[in-house]
Design a protein around this ligand. Structure first.
Ligand SMILES: Cc1cc2nc3c(=O)[nH]c(=O)nc-3n(C[C@H](O)[C@H](O)[C@H](O)COP(=O)(O)OP(=O)(O)OC[C@H]3O[C@@H](n4cnc5c(N)ncnc54)[C@H](O)[C@@H]3O)c2cc1C
Length: 501
């Protein structure tokens, strides 16, 4: 696929979206909502098939700059980091007051768990840590419907997505650099405990990281920045691959700062209520858009919310009882353990090492070497743990005033947290401090093969598709979600385009 320059992408993205030129409302053949992993795949493949697509995204398109600080960060907290908050409520950060703003991260506080989700053009690819892992076959085949072939994903779709995202393991000299000292310590600890460590494919752009190490651009990845964006473009995020390719087809138009607030079925079409905002987050207008085909890719919590609300209000009465179910935290647990040896001048953000531990704990567990994202030497190691929890699931339901909320007990995270702490103690020889009160990996709510068919076609709603992390059956199966979400979307789009639907 021909590479599209950043300049051309920005010019294409700035063009007025199809159907929005006159304001008020419009009808378009197809709308994709959400420009993260699932939505970007859908937009590209529909555009290549010659379908005119409007891609609606609630967040901003953020620039990159080699030297300026475009995003906020853990060490300079500001409103650019959070989606409409009055007080910073990101776990672990001080509650700094701020003016509500369309920042890059939604922090959704639910009973029993706080959920993190991206809110910008490129979705999770802008704020994630770049880990591009596939789940092991042994867990995938226990979790997903039997009609989904792991062999096919392994041969066709995981490699296709890794290639599109330029996922590579860390180069040796970068791994051996000072900001990756904490990772080398993590690897040595696991090896000493007899647990094999592997290198993870990552979508960090190692050329940019090399330039950071050489002092040629403002340091970002090497000082622990990632979760609120890398100002110098240190990741191969979706604004560098799928999205420019989609816009370059000439069939896809991007509407940033357009939030879909409700969906209904009317006269054989889907009608969307949309709030358009300006760059400061002020509402410019309310639109109503209609389409024949609708792809929802707003991520696990937002797709689930929109659909549960639509079903329970009667706006999409065909949705079945599985919508809202099989939601999970992907077994996320964050453990910090003291370490008094050298950890480097700062801890680089890219996660490049991982160990999958199948036995010996309440649930199988994947540990990843994450950073303590603060400047300077920090005498602490951060182990991100992802548990293969087959049982604990939440349900999204409508409540008072039609608000959709999550039913999840804090105790449902216990197996993941206990496993993570015990593993950390085994490898580190010291008790760490852990929490599973938040998840960066929400999955499920519109489970594949139950709420939809195996290509994301929503049961009971012709022309409606879900192609995002809400398809995942409550747990990825021993991996971070992005690769699996994208691979399932690629597989679905092949089938949808072939079927001419
Ligand atoms: C800090 C952090 C680190 C992470 N690290 C990793 C990692 O290393 N590897 C990995 O695999 N995963 C990681 N993840 C998880 C990963 O980002 C998600 O699993 C993935 O992005 C989900 O893809 P998606 O397509 O479902 O949704 P997203 O990528 O979240 O995209 C959804 C998009 O829809 C938009 N949207 C939402 N609601 C609306 C609306 N109503 N109207 C219009 N637009 C809307 C959002 O703004 C967003 O852009 C991380 C997540 C976080 C928060």
């Amino acid at each position: 696929m021909a590479e599209v320059s950043r300049r051309r992408f920005l010019a294409l993205a700035a063009a007025a979206p199809i159907g929005l030129r006159g304001g008020g409302g419009a009808h378009v053949p197809a709308i994709v909502v959400g420009s993260g992993f699932g939505g970007s795949v859908a937009a590209l493949r529909l555009g290549q098939a010659g379908v005119d697509v409007l891609l609606l995204e609630r967040g901003k398109l953020w620039p990159h700059d080699d030297h300026a600080q475009v995003f906020g960060s853990e060490s300079s907290i500001d409103r650019r980091m959070l989606w409409f908050q009055l007080l910073a409520n990101y776990p672990g950060l001080p509650a700094v007051p701020m003016i509500p703003y369309p920042g890059v991260m939604q922090v959704d506080v639910q009973p029993g768990i706080t959920v993190l989700a991206a809110s910008c053009v490129g979705g999770g690819s802008v704020v994630y840590t770049g880990v591009t892992l596939q789940p092991p076959r042994r867990y995938f085949e226990r979790l997903y419907p039997s009609g989904l072939s792991y062999t096919e994903l392994d041969r066709v779709y995981f490699p296709r997505v890794r290639a599109m995202l330029s996922a590579q393991t860390v180069p040796e000299e970068v791994y051996n650099s000072a900001p990756f000292t904490h990772t080398r310590v993590f690897d040595a600890q696991f090896a000493a405990a007899g647990l094999p460590v592997e290198r993870t494919p990552s979508t960090f752009d190692w050329q940019v990281v090399r330039r950071e190490l050489a002092g040629q651009v403002r340091p970002s990845a090497i000082v622990g920045e990632s979760s609120f964006g890398n100002s110098n473009g240190a990741k191969h995020d979706l604004t560098r691959n799928y999205l420019p390719a989609a816009l370059a087809t000439g069939h896809v138009r991007l509407g940033a700062l357009h939030e879909v607030t409700s969906i209904r079925r009317e006269a054989g079409r889907y009608a969307l209520a949309v709030t358009r905002r300006d760059e400061d987050g002020l509402t410019v207008e309310q639109l109503e858009l209609t389409c024949d085909r609708l792809v929802l890719a707003t991520g696990s919590i937002n797709t689930t919310r929109l659909l549960v609300a639509a079903r329970d209000s009667g706006a999409l009465p065909g949705l079945n009882e599985h919508v809202g179910t099989n939601w999970g935290s992907n077994g996320d647990a964050f453990v910090f353990r003291p370490y008094t040896g050298p950890v480097g001048p700062s801890q680089a953000a890219p996660i490049v090492s991982t160990a999958m531990v199948d036995q010996g704990y309440p649930v199988p567990i994947r540990a990843e070497s994450a950073a303590v994202s603060l400047p300077g030497q920090q005498p602490v190691l951060h182990q991100l743990s992802i548990a293969v929890d087959m049982d604990n699931r939440g349900v999204w339901r409508s409540g008072l005033g039609g608000q959709v909320g999550l039913n999840w007990q804090a105790s449902q995270s216990d197996p993941a947290l206990r496993s993570a702490l015990a593993l950390s103690e085994r490898v580190g020889g010291t008790t760490g401090v852990g929490s599973a009160a938040a998840t960066a990996h929400p999955v499920g709510g519109c489970p594949i093969g139950a709420a939809t068919d195996l290509a994301g076609r929503v049961h009971g709603c012709p022309g409606l598709y879900v192609l995002d992390s809400s398809l995942i059956p409550g747990n990825v199966g021993g991996a971070n979600p992005a690769l699996t979400v994208s691979a399932l979307a690629e597989r679905a789009m092949d089938q949808i385009v072939q079927a001419g639907g």
